[in-house]
Write a protein that binds this ligand. Structure first.
Ligand code: GLU
Length: 487
């Protein structure tokens, strides 16, 4: 039975790379009919960020990554918050001390700082705990304890030899034990460090595969030695390649949005994010990029996760989102765009029937052009208000042309009399005007579009005119008569 976990720390807003880790775990669990666990690693109280846990869980829900065990749903290995499991870690840390595999360290922060400063002065590239408390005699330890000195519990790393494992992505990986110091397992306030809590919980929760970011490879010598000391069989490990920006630096704000909730806010669709994140470092075995959730689950295999860092291209994600927006049924597109239109003040919070019908009418006209749901206000503003931006260059280009005054007059006259005011009828009379003026189609269509929407591109002109409705169209054409200038 496959059991995987996503183990976020509520120490900041979720990064898109973290959510990709969650997604790979979820897909792997679903692929093998296994279980996906969410465990909140909230033991670093100093770095706790208010609201981050909610943002993480919301991001998972939004993507449809449902968990079988974890916050809210509980499960047989509860609690799933590490802050509620302190006794377990304390018990195990003290057990290791009794077995001589760990020891109490009474060094004060000042002593440690002094030690590090000295090591740096001697030219050490990286500082390392010098294991001074490892040498304390039982009597010395007792004296310090009796004096009530605070202590941490450190793990006794083997002083020599190697430790190794087969990474499912990177293959055989070997570490020299002597390069890792006697790390802290339990802090003086009784809270465990990440290393202890993570290993203990992966074991107790019977996790079979640990899939996490490459930044955790460096922790492997600690974790593997901890498993050995506890006499536990380690799970299998798969360390996911990092996400990079196009300049091959670690993906960060400089490259665009990286916080997952920003993607949600900007109006990416869950199906587009799901698809895109799945192919961030994984491929289905061919060069297909558009894949449904079901296809991804069916095809997913750790063997096809690349061991190279993956370059994250925002423009590709944007393209993919546009693709998924174009596939949306019109009703869903309208529902999804509505909050953006409301937030921009283009549509009231409560819609009367006529406004709703109008929204349902005009939103789909921009479906082809939309890449983000948040594009909706910019693309659609002229449908809802009269003070939309006007492309001045387009006005200068067209409104000095000699046929424009007559064009406007004829369009106004014919549109005013037109019944029914429907796209085919509008097209018919507009073509009559073109023929009557003896000009090319574009010489009427472009300036008319500028008059009605302020811009030179947009949805099909005749559809747009029908949707705007006769009164608005006439009023805007009359206003455009004021733009005419002589050359
Ligand atoms: N709490 C760690 C994190 O925030 C989990 C790392 C792991 O999956 O082992 O990324």
């Amino acid at each position: 039975m496959v059991r995987v976990r996503y183990a976020p720390s509520p120490t900041g807003m979720p990064h898109v790379g973290n959510i990709r880790t969650a997604l790979f775990n979820w897909v792997f669990a679903r692929r093998h009919g296994g279980q996906f666990i969410v465990r909140i690693e909230d033991t670093d109280r100093a770095r706790f960020v208010e609201g981050s846990e909610q943002a993480i869980l919301h991001s998972l829900c939004w993507l449809g990554l449902d968990w079988d065990e974890g916050p809210e749903v509980g499960g047989p290995y509860a609690p799933y918050y590490q802050s509620q499991r302190l006794e377990i870690y304390q018990r195990i840390a003290h057990q290791l001390v009794e077995e001589g595999k760990a020891y109490k360290c009474f060094c004060t922060p000042e002593e440690l700082e002094q030690m590090r400063a000295q090591q740096r002065a001697q030219g050490a590239a990286a500082t390392m705990y010098d294991r001074r408390c490892r040498k304390l005699t039982p009597a010395e330890v007792k004296a310090r304890e009796d004096a009530g000195l605070p202590y941490v519990i450190r793990f006794k790393m083997p002083l020599e030899g190697t430790v190794e494992y087969d990474d499912l992505i990177h293959g055989r990986t070997v570490f020299q034990n002597k390069l890792t110091d006697d790390f802290v397992m339990l802090k003086s306030d009784g809270f465990p460090t990440y290393h202890l809590a993570n290993v203990v919980d992966d074991h107790l929760m019977e996790v079979t595969h640990v899939m996490r970011g490459d930044e955790w490879v460096a922790s492997m010598p600690r974790h593997l030695n901890l498993y050995k000391a506890l006499g536990w069989e380690p799970p299998q490990f798969a360390h996911l390649p990092l996400l990079l920006g196009p300049d091959r630096q670690k993906l960060s704000k400089r490259h665009g949005a990286v916080e997952f909730t920003d993607f949600i806010r900007q109006g990416y669709l869950p199906e587009a994010m799901f698809n895109f994140l799945a192919i961030c470092g994984w491929n289905p075995g061919d060069d297909r990029e558009i894949l449904s959730r079901e296809e991804i689950i069916q095809l997913f295999a750790i063997e096809r996760i690349s061991d190279n860092p993956f370059v994250f291209h925002h423009d590709k994600l944007l393209w993919m989102n546009g693709y998924y927006i174009r596939q949306l049924p019109k009703e869903r597109l309208v529902e999804l765009c509505l909050p953006y239109l409301q937030e921009a003040g283009l549509v009231p919070q409560t819609l009367d029937e006529a406004t709703r019908a109008y929204v349902e009418r005009v939103v789909p006209l921009e479906q082809e052009k939309m890449k983000l749901l948040s594009d909706a206000p910019r693309l659609l503003d002229f449908f809802f208000k009269d003070d939309y931006p006007i492309d001045e260059a387009a006005v200068r280009k067209w409104y000095g042309e000699p046929h424009i005054p007559q064009m406007l007059e004829e369009l106004i006259r014919r549109y005013e009399a037109l019944e029914p005011f429907t796209a085919p009828e509008i097209e018919r009379v507009t073509r009559e005007v073109i023929a009557w003026l003896g000009v090319k189609g574009g010489e009427v269509i472009h300036p008319t579009r500028v008059a009605l929407s302020g811009r030179t591109t947009g949805p099909s002109l005749f559809e747009m005119i029908e949707a705007l409705g006769k009164p608005r169209v006439l009023q805007r054409l009359r206003k455009a008569q004021g733009w005419v200038f002589g050359r």
